[in-house]
Design a protein. Structure first.
Length: 444
């Protein structure tokens, strides 16, 4: 039986570019850039200075704030600069620049650790925090924060998100096929931390080979307490709230968090990163990136050091086969358009897509015809056309009455709109303005 939720829709997945291609390991060039904001939470401060020598796995930036995740060097070399450099958000951000010496010297602190059951729950949470592990699906929420719910929130489910419902993305798919033991070991670690006897891995049905691979590994030994849950192939099946609904039948309330219904969701590669930290001692310094799109000569999946500029990823994939009209970090539905190829890979870089006019929507915007397609498609059961109208009128109280803050920004409203109204862009503007108004202590 395929588990799913109400709403959403099946869209062309375009995964055939890379879903059969094994992960390749990519080396870094001469200069790497580490923005101090690679996670949800407080911006970090450098713990190194210009001129310092660093080694792979060495801590280079940290914060005392609870909602933060440290950054480590992914190459050995010398700190060349600390200043403003491009960030995937489109603005320049404080960053550490390291000149690679290509010696690949590893910091002495990187040592294999004991099995998870030899540590206390609190020790493991600190290990995960100190390794800089965050949600690798793109959101970048620090994993140790997820694993520290309030005492009054009883956790019944830990779910590994293997849906990967965004078009083009295949990095999680390849991780499931190539390193299933890392995923299973990471999930067992999470179950131990949370005191749970069972765990769940949700995988969309279009990844049948991944479902079979993980089931074989579970059946081969003692992992009987881990359940593989096939999910209907539908976007946005990988959304936390909808994954929880599909697997547990529990609904996260408006304005609520997964912990409110006793669930915690982590990404596939996050699980693997936890395993790598325990088995090798290496913090999060690499991630798997899908390089794809019809403007790329040789689409591929690569394991790339964090800090490598996008232009090096494109060169590694053979360059452009034709002039791209849009370059996106992440998936085409929720990713961020990029304008500078000097921007580096960060912890949340799941993909780099290079698309031509044929597959990018550059049509002229028309008038809203009130067809209600955006309402029918919205997985959160919102009314995007009215949200856009109220944002334009700066009627933010009405926006909140229409539950604008519940929007998960999946992009389906813009995808289905025959007039190319792009309501999501206005919803984002409205959410940002409401947040700013509340920060200032007023309501416009």
């Amino acid at each position: 039986m395929m588990h799913t939720f109400k709403g959403g829709m099946h869209i062309t997945d375009s995964k055939a570019y890379t879903n059969k291609l094994p992960i390749q390991t990519m080396s870094a060039g001469d200069l790497l850039y580490y923005p101090l904001q690679q996670h949800v939470g407080v911006m970090l401060s450098p713990v190194v200075s210009v001129g310092d020598s660093v080694k792979i796995g060495q801590l280079i930036a940290d914060s005392d704030a609870f909602i933060s995740a440290p950054i480590h060097a992914s190459v050995s070399g010398t700190v060349k600069d600390i200043g403003l450099y491009p960030h995937p958000s489109g603005v320049k951000m404080q960053s550490i620049v390291i000149e690679n010496d290509h010696q690949d010297a590893v910091d002495p602190s990187v040592q294999p650790m004991d099995d998870y059951f030899n540590y206390t729950h609190d020790q493991l949470i600190k290990i995960i925090r100190d390794a800089g592990i965050v949600g690798m699906g793109g959101a970048g929420f620090p994993t140790h924060v997820k694993l520290s719910p309030p005492p009054d929130k009883k956790i019944d489910y830990v779910i590994v998100n293997g849906a990967e419902c965004e078009p083009y993305l295949t990095s999680d798919h390849r991780v499931m096929l190539e390193t299933p033991d890392d995923i299973i070991y990471g999930l067992k670690t999470l179950m131990y931390i949370l005191g749970l006897k069972s765990g769940y891995i949700g995988i969309e049905a279009n990844k049948q080979d991944a479902i079979e691979t993980l089931r074989k590994h579970i059946d081969a030994d003692e992992y009987k307490q881990i359940n593989i849950v096939p999910l209907k192939t539908k976007y946005p099946q990988g959304s936390e709230k909808h994954l929880i609904k599909a697997i547990t039948k529990r609904s996260v309330p408006s304005g609520g968090l997964p912990a409110d219904v006793g669930a915690i969701v982590v990404n596939i590669d996050t699980c693997a990163a936890i395993t790598r930290k325990l088995k090798t001692g290496m913090p999060l310094i690499r991630r798997i990136v899908t390089i794809s799109g019809d403007a790329i000569s040789t689409p591929k999946n690569v394991s790339v050091p964090i800090g490598v500029p996008f232009k090096e990823l494109i060169e590694n994939a053979g360059g452009f086969s034709q002039e791209p009209k849009k370059i996106i970090m992440g998936g085409p539905m929720m990713g961020m358009a990029q304008h500078n190829l000097d921007t580096p890979v960060v912890k949340g870089t799941s993909a780099l897509l290079c698309l031509t006019t044929d597959v990018s929507l550059f049509d002229t915007t028309g008038n809203c015809i009130r067809c209600s397609r955006c309402v029918s498609a919205c997985p959160m059961r919102l009314a995007p056309l009215f949200l856009k109208k109220n944002v334009l009128a700066e009627n933010y109280e009405e926006c909140e009455r229409y539950n604008i803050m519940d929007c998960l920004e999946c992009g389906l409203c813009s995808y289905v709109c025959p007039s190319r109204q792009h309501p999501l862009q206005y919803i984002r503007m409205g959410k940002a303005q409401i947040t700013e108004n509340k920060r200032r202590g007023g309501q416009k």
